[in-house]
Design a protein around this ligand. Structure first.
Ligand SMILES: C[C@@H](N)C(=O)N[C@H](C)C(=O)O
Ligand SMILES: [Zn+2]
Length: 221
């Protein structure tokens, strides 16, 4: 009997500590010092509410992606810089939340901050948000760079998740410093095996992603 109880407790703790599917990791186990602020866990995002499926500020990625970020952070450390991550693995239920929100054209709480020049009805059509997102495959990250001396974000010429031409990687209407910062991010990410999404300076996918055809839906907890 005692053994059965012990076994049940073991099983309980196994699941209650957030067992991930094979191939996924909690990134803080690989890079404990990584700066992570999952915007969809908070109200500070284009919807203005926490997004379904984000139950904690824990960054989850495929193991290969986390290992690549570790190398990048190490590389940046020599320049007194480091990464700050806004999103990684995104459950399909979160994407479904985006889809539902997009259908309600009256709900535009954060339009002036995140999409002042794009009609809400066009956000999916103009490919600022995807109905099937690379993020749900676990090897895509949204991120920027911090100056570790000042603790400030490098100026990339637009805020994260600003949907508009200002966020396109090759947008010309930004300062030379902002262009240089985007170039630095782009170069370091591509050097370590990522490819960028041209409409969003912050969005990168590991080229050799392990789950290129699987969209996951387990919660971020
Ligand atoms: C919503 C934005 N952060 C994003 O990730 N956009 C791309 C296109 C996606 O939804 O995969
Ligand atoms: Zn993204």
């Amino acid at each position: 009997m005692k053994q059965i109880i012990r076994f049940s407790l073991l099983l309980y703790s196994f699941y209650s500590f957030g067992q991930l599917p094979e191939g996924f990791v909690y990134v803080n186990e690989i890079i404990p010092s990584l700066n992570v602020e999952l915007k969809y866990f908070s109200e500070k995002n284009f919807i203005g509410k926490p997004i379904e499926g984000y139950k904690s500020n824990k960054l989850i990625l495929t193991k290969q992606t986390a290992e690549a970020l570790k190398l990048i952070n190490k590389h940046l450390k020599n320049k007194r810089l480091s990464l700050k991550v806004y999103d990684g693995y995104r459950p399909q239920r979160a994407v479904n939340h985006f889809i539902r929100w997009a259908k309600n054209l009256n709900d535009t709480i954060n339009k002036s901050i995140y999409y002042p020049n794009v009609n809400k009805k066009d956000l999916f059509k103009e490919e600022y948000i995807a109905a099937k997102s690379g993020h749900s495959k676990g090897s895509t990250v949204d991120l920027t760079i911090i100056d570790t001396d000042t603790g400030k974000l490098l100026d990339m010429g637009s805020i994260y998740d600003f949907f508009g031409v200002q966020s396109w990687v090759n947008y010309e209407g930004i300062t030379e410093e902002q262009k240089a910062n985007r170039k630095l991010l782009h170069e370091v990410m591509t050097k370590f095996g990522f490819k960028n999404y041209p409409r969003e300076w912050w969005h990168f996918t590991l080229k050799d992603e392990p789950f290129s055809n699987s969209y996951f839906d387990f919660p971020v907890e």
